[in-house]
Design a binder for this molecule. Structure first.
Ligand code: A3P
Length: 302
């Protein structure tokens, strides 16, 4: 999964593909089970901001936007460390790091990251009424991005072929479980908690508009030139070229850019390169069934 601070210390021979364990009905990395009790008891603070996504929905993009908004566009501050060191990933357990411990040691105000589905979020986030920003991405592009990530990240479970992976994605037999349950669960939660629910496709369509929503949610004033600076800094091309955002600081034995890059294509509609017509129709049908009545709809092209 997305790496944490000690990744560069890893010996290639110690890297193994993860297995998944069912935790309260959701497949998570087996080592998450070891920290489940402290994770569930995690003490959120009222001024914590939580960035929450299904994997590969645009987490890193939103993280960099939030960092820029909160720092008033301070490029030096945003370049102080790789994005995975700036924002702890609370359920990440690694041989040489713990997202949980990093989060606990962090002074306030904290920005934290999780991929947990709504029902597995540690209860203190609700009790403390923490602000949460969620990004959702259409199932087709999300599945393709997740497949390529499995191929390149040597600690993700073996993805098999695209056909096999898509089947696992549709049935929720992948890390962090069902995409449908995830996007729907968080969508419903936004009516009860301070959650800003964003869409990857909207961000691609009009980045300035979506950054303004983030700033408003965080009660930050964004004068025009600052907004433009943040837009420029967080375009796909600029993030792909930014070593503090593009995961190129992770050893190649862990994330192999010869297989696929973290900043891969950054498009809406790339799924068309991967899906057969039958697969597309099948996913449309499952989406209709699983999201029906929720009011939640996705665009698969712009
Ligand atoms: P692709 O694999 O489709 O290219 P996450 O950060 O949640 O792991 O998501 C990674 C996905 O977001 C990748 O998608 C990556 O290219 C895309 N992404 C990252 N930064 C982006 C940006 N600034 N603009 C558009 N897409 C971006």
């Amino acid at each position: 999964m997305d790496r944490g601070s000690g990744a560069k210390d890893l010996e290639p021979e110690s890297i193994q593909r993860s297995t998944l364990t069912d935790i309260k009905g959701v497949p998570l990395f087996s080592n998450t089970l070891e920290i489940w009790d402290p994770l569930w008891g995690f003490q959120a603070r009222p001024d914590d901001l939580l960035i929450c996504t299904y994997p590969k929905a645009g987490t890193t993009w939103l993280q960099e936007i939030v960092e820029m908004v909160q720092s008033g566009g301070d490029l030096q501050k945003c370049a102080r460390a790789p994005i995975y060191n700036r924002i702890p990933f609370i359920e990440l357990v690694h041989q040489v790091l713990s997202g949980l411990e990093d989060a606990e040691a962090m002074p306030s105000p904290r920005t934290l990251k999780t991929h947990l589905p709504v029902q597995l979020l540690p209860p203190s986030f609700w009790e403390q009424k923490c602000k949460i920003i969620y990004v959702a991405r259409n199932a087709k592009d999300n599945a393709v991005s997740y497949f390529h990530f499995h191929r390149m990240d040597q600690e993700m479970p073996e993805p098999g072929t695209w056909d096999q992976f898509l089947e696992d994605f549709i049935t929720g037999n992948v890390a962090w479980g069902s995409w449908f349950d995830h996007v729907r669960g968080w969508w419903e939660a936004k009516d009860r908690h301070p959650i800003l629910y964003l869409f990857y496709e909207d961000m691609k369509e009009d980045l300035a508009r979506e950054i303004r929503k983030v700033a408003q949610f965080l009660d930050v004033e964004l004068p025009g030139p600052l907004l433009e600076k943040i837009v420029q800094h967080t375009t796909f091309a600029n993030m792909k070229a930014n070593p503090m955002a593009n995961y190129s600081t992770v050893p190649t034995s862990l994330m192999d850019p010869a297989v696929s890059t973290f900043m891969r294509k950054g498009n809406v509609g790339d799924w068309k390169e991967n899906f057969t017509v039958a697969q597309s129709e099948r996913l449309d049908e499952v989406c209709g069934r699983e999201l029906g009545g929720s009011g939640l709809t996705f665009r698969t092209e712009l």
